[in-house]
Design a protein around this ligand. Structure first.
Ligand code: SF4
Ligand code: SF4
Length: 317
């Protein structure tokens, strides 16, 4: 079945916990933030927590988002015990059974994959206990990118987050396409905004869904590996090491440029960069250097620089 699936909305309860999973660079944090922004005008009490550390270099990234009727729940350590909705941005992780751990029976799982939900259920019978949705978010993004830039994307340039979230809004009915497009517009202008809006429109209309077909899941298989919330909130300052994904900066559409005449070498950008790709040494003269091989173009450094010494410029390819 294509498009909105009415019974999916009924699966949403008074309190809903979403788990977003992907590999650093696929925009998991940005995707879950966009999701929260799409709900900002709703009556839900919202909370979001993401796993700390570098978002890049092949590292698995997970984000938890809670939608609650009861405001106290947003401060509760009880949250994140059970997932109601699982969203997998990484197409290579579709077969990872451990991701299903903690997903409640009859919960919803959305995969970024070109496969249909029926194909996935056929390949992995355990998926039959859940409501399964799929969207080819990577394929859609590549198609739109190709049209805009006149060439195919490299693997590293593919950003499935916006089309995946668009599909999620469709299947859950939590926000309209119009609302999501406005959020994209307020975040990205120009060609980058256009690419993301186009990808969102395609994905919103192409999500495929299938209802759970089984009941009575053996709960002994879903013991959950749980990270305490207070640990998730810790700020991680670490030094870069290359992950299994290797250099991943190619998928940045904008990257920072330091205006040397304005920079006072304070190091703020170094502290805030989530990928540790700003090279700065306390007391050393000159301005920080940016390792563009790993810079994903998130713009946090430019946002945090008090000297306005960082300009985000479009990457010319
Ligand atoms: S935050 Fe701005 S002023 Fe400080 S080191 Fe970075 S670029 Fe320079
Ligand atoms: S844009 Fe700035 S903060 Fe973001 S990854 Fe690149 S250097 Fe780091």
């Amino acid at each position: 079945m294509e498009g909105t699936f009415e019974s999916f909305k009924e699966k949403l309860k008074e309190n809903n916990e979403f788990y977003f999973y992907g590999i650093g660079g696929q925009g998991v944090v940005t995707g879950s933030t966009l999701f929260l922004e799409g709900l900002s005008d709703s009556n839900w009490h919202l909370t979001g927590v993401y796993s700390p550390g570098a978002e890049r270099r092949g590292k698995p990234i997970s984000c938890f988002v809670g939608l609650y009727n009861d405001p106290k729940k947003t401060k509760s350590y009880e949250m994140l015990v059970e997932k109601d909705v699982l969203v997998v941005f990484d197409p290579a992780s579709v077969g990872k059974e451990q991701l299903l751990n903690g997903l409640r029976e009859d919960g919803i799982v959305l995969f970024n994959t070109p496969k249909s939900p029926e194909e996935l259920v056929k390949e992995n019978g355990k998926l039959g206990y859940f409501n399964v949705a799929t969207v080819d978010a990577s394929g859609i993004f590549s198609e739109v990118f190709n049209e805009a830039f006149g060439r195919a994307t490299t693997f590293e340039e593919i950003r499935p987050n916006v089309p995946t979230i668009a599909a999620l809004f469709n299947i859950t009915g939590l926000a309209s396409l119009e609302t999501f497009l406005k959020i994209i517009e307020s975040k990205w202008g120009g060609r980058i905004g256009d690419i993301n809006k186009q990808a969102a429109i395609f994905a919103y209309n192409k999500a495929l869904v299938i209802e759970s077909s089984k009941k009575g899941m053996d709960t002994t298989i879903i013991e959950m590996e749980r990270t305490p919330v207070d640990e998730l909130n810790e700020i991680a300052l670490c030094f870069p090491t290359e992950g299994v994904g290797g250099p991943t900066g190619l998928w940045a559409l904008i990257q920072p440029k330091i205006k040397e005449e304005l920079c006072n070498n304070c190091g703020t950008c170094f502290i805030y960069c989530p990928d540790n790709c700003i090279i700065w040494t306390k007391g050393k003269e000159g301005v920080p250097k940016i390792d563009l091989r790993y810079c994903k173009g998130c713009g946090i450094c430019a946002e945090e620089c008090k000297q306005d010494a960082i300009e985000m410029v479009e990457v010319k390819r």
